[in-house]
Ligand binder design. Sequence first.
Ligand code: UD1
Length: 418
Amino acid sequence: MRTIAVHGGTPLQGEVSVEGAKNSTLKLMAAALLAPGVTRITNVPDISDVETMGEVLAGLGASMTRHDHSLEIDATELTSHEAPYEMVARMRASISVLGPLVARLGQARVAMPGGCAIGSRKIDMHIRGLEGLGVHVETGHGFIHASAPHGLKGKELTLDFPSVGATENLLMAAVLAEGTTVIENAAREPEIQDLAALLVAMGAQIEGAGSPVITITGVSELHPVEHRVVGDRIEAGTFLVAGAITGGAVRVRGFDPRDMDIVLTKLEQAGCRVQLHEDGATVGCAGRPMAVDIQTLPYPGFPTDMQAQFMALMALAEGSCVITENVFENRFMFADELTRMGADVRIESHHALIKGVAQLSGAPVRSPDLRGGAALVLAGLVADGDTLISDIHHIERGYERFVEKMRALGASIEIRNN
Ligand code: UD1
């Protein structure tokens, strides 16, 4: 069993660069299916989710080659329209091939993701949206079967909630539809703007990506291009909180600090010093942070993917605060592990009530998911004694060289093969 061992107590200092965004890369890879030929994606993180998406694409007949931090995806010919259950179960983002496949091939068969560790994560908006575009969708035997033998037709669609995944799937389907599609109440995340930038470079006509209303005028074909992935704002936020929680100061390069406006504002309210740079930000914190309330919301609100890391920081705050999770149900699973390290956290439905304590104590803990796992490492960095984190494959799904980068900032941390 591989574990991460952290010996707490060293303030992190120095600079670290983030990779390209995981959540963008996976969708850009799916979008490559839309353009016959070889699409090149650069600034790709070396994480296991990228490998998994490569396997999904290979199963469809698209080959992927990888050199250092770039990928070449050859989607000249697709030989299958099916994403099997073992892939979708391993990585939910596999469902983002649904839109591109039905747009390019006229049909797609994708396994239903089912429940997952951070809540039920439904796909009804993906399905209703595709139906709006004239796709016939049948679900049964654990699969979604989408078919549009005569092509897709543009339509005005309104999402019930600005879902990232539904916005992306519908965007990728609508670029090849006949006529104009309008997606209202669209998600506005920077990763959606990145996807739209790739599609526009491929020849798509898209306006309004990054706003709540996206207008897409369908074109008959797309061509492959080269595209650089936007920097990972969540990886960046994780390292900034690592500096803050240890009473150190970390400069993170490789992301646009405007994409993390609310997180940086909350860190400032917690008493940290925040400096913005063109290519990132520096956050430093001396002494205990002050307690601040947060609530997660779709972008530009506080990202749910930073909620666990922020809770680790608040566990050590002067005073009490409330963290409200509005995006996913059951996303407080790591709080039980944090409590085992001495944190005072009470969960009431989708609120976490946190009374700051002066010190956490190192303990063996289990990483429940990607961001929860990262947050436990942050807690371990400042806890008294040793913290041993198991189930680290969750962390490796989304963070490249996490331990190595932490060590370069001065952390006493290592991977153990027990
Ligand atoms: C993406 C990100 C994830 C991030 C999340 C919110 C990837 C690979 N994952 O996930 O890291 O935490 O955005 O920023 O990019 N919902 C429905 N019906 C639907 C679709 C969604 O009810 O058809 C609900 C979900 O159950 C959830 C909420 O909407 O409660 C948000 O989901 P969504 O924005 O779609 O997140 P993902 O795309 O799955």
